[in-house]
Design a protein around this ligand. Structure first.
Ligand SMILES: Nc1ncnc2c1ncn2[C@@H]1O[C@H](COP(=O)(O)OP(=O)(O)OP(=O)(O)O)[C@@H](O)[C@H]1O
Ligand SMILES: [Mg+2]
Length: 254
C-alpha cells in the first residue's frame, strides 16, 4: 500500500471490566467475566482460547456489534455505551472494519464495487489512491470486474480484507478469517493483514483457533471461561501451541 497512513492514536480499542451475560436466571451464560484489555494502535493482536471462552463475544462487544452487560468499551476515544443506535451504526461504518469467517461479500456487486462499498455507503468519494494501493496489495487487479461467485474462497477473503481497510478504519476486527480457507490461501490472507499493520500502521484484532495464524500477530491474548488469562508477545506457532495445550490439560483434569 503506497498511501500515507494517518497518524494512529495510541489505543485503537479497549474494554474495561467487560461483563457479558446472555439470558437470565438458570440459563444465564456469563460469556465475559470481567475482561480488561487494550488493543494498541498500529499493532496486530490475536485473541485465542478454547471454544466457548468468549472470543467472539469479546470481539463483538469491542467492535460495537453487541453491547456489554457491564463495563465499558471504547473505539479510540469514543465510549460505545454512550452512543445511541444511529451513532453506533455510523461509528461501525466509518471507523471499524470487519472480516468474518464467511466472506460476506455482496454477490451482485463486482470485486471493485465490494471493495468500495463502505466508502459508497458513507457517501465518501475519492481516496482513489488508497483503494488502488489496496487492490494491488490484495492482488486482485485482474479480477476487479468479476463477481464473488467467480472467485475462489481465498480470493473472496482477500476482497473482504480490502473492503475492511477501504475506509481507513481505526481498527479491523477479524473473526476466524482463515477458518474456511486452505493453508495456502490462509497464509495469503494473514500476510495481507500483517502487511496492512506493518506498512500502513493499521490496527488488526483477530480471533483465531490456529497457532500458525496467531503467530502472524505482534501479541496474543488468551481467554478462558470469559476471563483474560495470559498474554504473549512475539508469538511463534510452537509457543502458542504449547500454551493452548496447557488449556487442554487443565480441562481434562477438571
Ligand atoms: N447469543 C447467545 N446466547 C446465549 N449464549 C451465547 C450467545 N452467544 C454466545 N453464547 C455463549 O457464550 C459463551 C462464549 O461464546 P463465544 O461465541 O464468545 O465463544 P468463542 O470463544 O468465540 O467460541 P468458538 O471458539 O467456539 O467460536 C459460550 O458459552 C456460548 O455458548
Ligand atoms: Mg467464536
Amino acid at each position: 500500500m503506497t498511501a500515507t497512513a494517518t497518524a494512529p492514536a495510541q489505543i485503537a480499542a479497549r474494554v474495561v471490566d467487560a461483563v457479558k451475560v446472555y439470558g437470565t436466571g438458570d440459563t444465564a451464560v456469563r460469556a465475559l467475566d470481567g475482561v480488561s484489555v487494550v488493543f494498541p494502535a498500529g499493532r496486530f493482536t490475536a485473541i485465542m482460547g478454547p471454544s466457548g471462552s468468549g472470543k467472539s463475544t469479546l470481539m463483538h462487544c469491542a467492535a460495537g456489534l453487541d453491547t456489554l452487560t457491564s463495563g465499558t468499551a471504547h473505539i479510540g476515544g469514543t465510549a460505545l455505551g454512550a452512543l445511541d443506535d444511529r451513532r453506533l451504526t455510523l461509528l461501525r461504518r466509518d471507523r471499524v472494519g470487519f472480516v468474518f469467517q464467511a466472506f460476506n461479500l455482496v454477490p451482485t456487486l463486482t470485486v471493485a464495487e465490494n471493495i468500495r462499498l463502505p466508502l459508497d455507503l458513507a457517501g465518501r468519494g475519492g481516496d482513489t489512491e488508497w483503494i488502488d494501493g489496496l487492490t494491488d496489495v490484495v492482488g486482485l487487479r485482474d479480477r476487479l470486474h468479476h463477481r464473488p461467485a467467480e472467485l475462489s474462497g481465498g480470493q473472496q477473503q482477500r476482497v473482504a480484507v480490502a473492503r475492511a481497510f477501504a475506509g481507513r478504519p481505526d481498527v479491523v476486527f477479524a473473526d476466524e478469517p482463515t477458518g474456511n480457507l486452505d493453508s495456502r490461501s490462509g497464509e495469503e490472507v494473514l500476510g495481507l493483514l500483517g502487511r496492512a499493520v506493518r506498512r500502513t500502521a493499521r490496527t488488526v484484532v483477530m480471533v483465531t483457533h490456529d497457532p500458525v495464524a496467531a503467530a502472524h500477530a505482534d501479541e496474543v491474548v488468551f481467554l478462558a471461561d470469559g476471563r483474560l488469562v495470559d498474554r504473549m508477545a512475539a508469538p511463534t506457532a510452537d509457543k502458542v501451541l504449547d500454551r493452548m495445550k496447557a488449556f487442554d490439560v487443565r480441562e481434562a483434569r477438571s
